[in-house]
Design a protein around this ligand. Structure first.
Ligand SMILES: Cc1ncc(COP(=O)(O)O)c(C=O)c1O
Ligand SMILES: C[C@@H](O)[C@H](N)C(=O)O
Length: 370
């Protein structure tokens, strides 16, 4: 994992951090709001600023209640564990979704919940018929875990930030209801999906029983997520948050920044998407690199090194890092960049020129047809 300190050691003054949209720094307005936030003990009662954020988020997402949690990982864990409240429950989820890949298997190790993986398509969806086929037959209860929950992820990070349509989400919701199941959406970047699709966020998640929304991603808050759902769901979630050590005291300091972020940054997401498309189009002009431009729907760009190009992702990432540009390496032949509100159009042009140089370095070009 590249870090800013390593870049600074190279005496690079300009840092363009494209590793993730989690890297944004709080703005001056966020810092001012943090410094002056009205706070109280959120475990013994309600922190007033946390209450304001939770009230605003419940309304925005079209749900009855909301709860601030320290991270998206905890938001997903709590949501799954509230729905799957009996050990040996099973959740149907995508094989490349974040809950399945990047959350340490917490639903199983902590909650005793069995993950039932269904193949994610390139667009982040799971075939509806495969979801239905994965639902356990209650008649087989002697052998099978009990299916309780279906999880979707919108946007889908490992598909490159692809958006799940409202029509698809509604169909999965209908399927869940038909089988007496609940639907959770990992909505770490749900605002990106809403903006890209032009669908109001409350409509996009209407079919879901719960949603985990990251404030710390494209929205640009320094910390935190919010889970939304019914009053009964959130009451159970609040208790589980405490069990997991997520009940924090004067969290208004963090929630104040999130309130500013919601005001300042939702409107900037379309610009993040435009910068991603600009970068993707520019990268496709670089001999040796390839981007599936159709898959760039929001703020993420996966960059593949073309067959025959004599370099590897770690070499390109190192070359970029030496010039102050931080890129996430996904594999020996794949890199990821994520745009956010603290990346400017000139940063995009600078990154493009450095990618061009990285691959144009002598001997790196394809052996044939240089
Ligand atoms: C799709 C998705 N869900 C959940 C998370 C987890 O969020 P956090 O890093 O705040 O735990 C992430 C990562 O940032 C993510 O990309
Ligand atoms: C790396 C992953 O956990 C994080 N959610 C990101 O997209 O940056």
């Amino acid at each position: 994992m590249r870090n800013v300190l390593a870049v600074q050691e190279n005496m690079v003054t300009r840092i363009v951090d494209l590793r993730s949209d989690t890297v944004t720094k709080p703005t001056e307005a966020m810092r001012a709001a943090m410094a002056s936030a009205e706070v109280d003990d959120d475990v013994l009662g309600y922190d007033p600023t946390a209450f304001r954020l939770e009230t605003e988020m419940a309304k925005t997402m079209g749900k009855d209640a909301a709860l601030f949690v320290p991270s998206g990982t905890m938001g997903n864990l709590i949501s799954v564990l509230v729905h799957c409240d009996v050990r040996g429950s099973e959740v149907i989820l995508g094989d490349t979704c974040h809950i399945n890949i990047f959350e340490n298997g917490g639903i199983a190790t902590i909650g005793g919940v069995h993950p039932r993986q269904v193949k994610n398509n390139d667009d982040g969806t799971m075939d509806i018929d495969l979801i239905e086929a994965a639902i356990r037959d209650p008649m087989g209860e002697l052998f099978y875990p009990t299916t309780k929950l279906i999880c979707l992820e919108n946007t889908h990070a490992n598909s490159g930030g692809r958006c799940l349509s409202v029509e698809y989400t509604d169909r999965v919701g209908e399927l869940a209801k038909k089988h007496g199941l609940k639907l959770h959406i990992d909505g770490a970047r749900i605002f990106n999906a809403s903006v890209a699709l032009g669908v109001p966020v409350d409509r996009l998640v209407q079919a879901a029983d719960s949603v985990s929304v990251c404030l710390s991603k494209g929205i640009g808050a320094p910390v935190g997520s919010v889970i939304v759902g019914s009053k009964n769901f959130i009451a159970k979630a609040r208790r589980l948050r405490k069990t997991l050590g997520g009940g924090m005291r004067q969290i208004g300091i963090l929630c104040a920044a999130a309130l500013v972020a919601l005001q300042e940054n939702v409107g900037k997401l379309e610009s993040d998407h435009k910068k991603a498309r600009l970068l993707a189009d520019g990268l496709n002009e670089v001999k040796g690199l390839r981007v599936d431009a159709c898959s760039v729907e929001t703020n993420m760009v996966f960059i593949d090194i073309e067959e025959g190009t004599k370099t590897r992702a770690e070499k390109i990432c190192k070359y970029m890092e030496e010039r102050g540009i931080l890129v996430m390496q996904e594999s020996s032949s794949r890199m990821r960049v994520v745009l956010h509100h603290q990346i400017s159009a000139s940063d995009v042009q600078y990154a493009l020129s450095c990618f061009q140089q990285a691959v144009a370095v002598k001997g790196v070009q394809k052996e044939m047809g240089n």
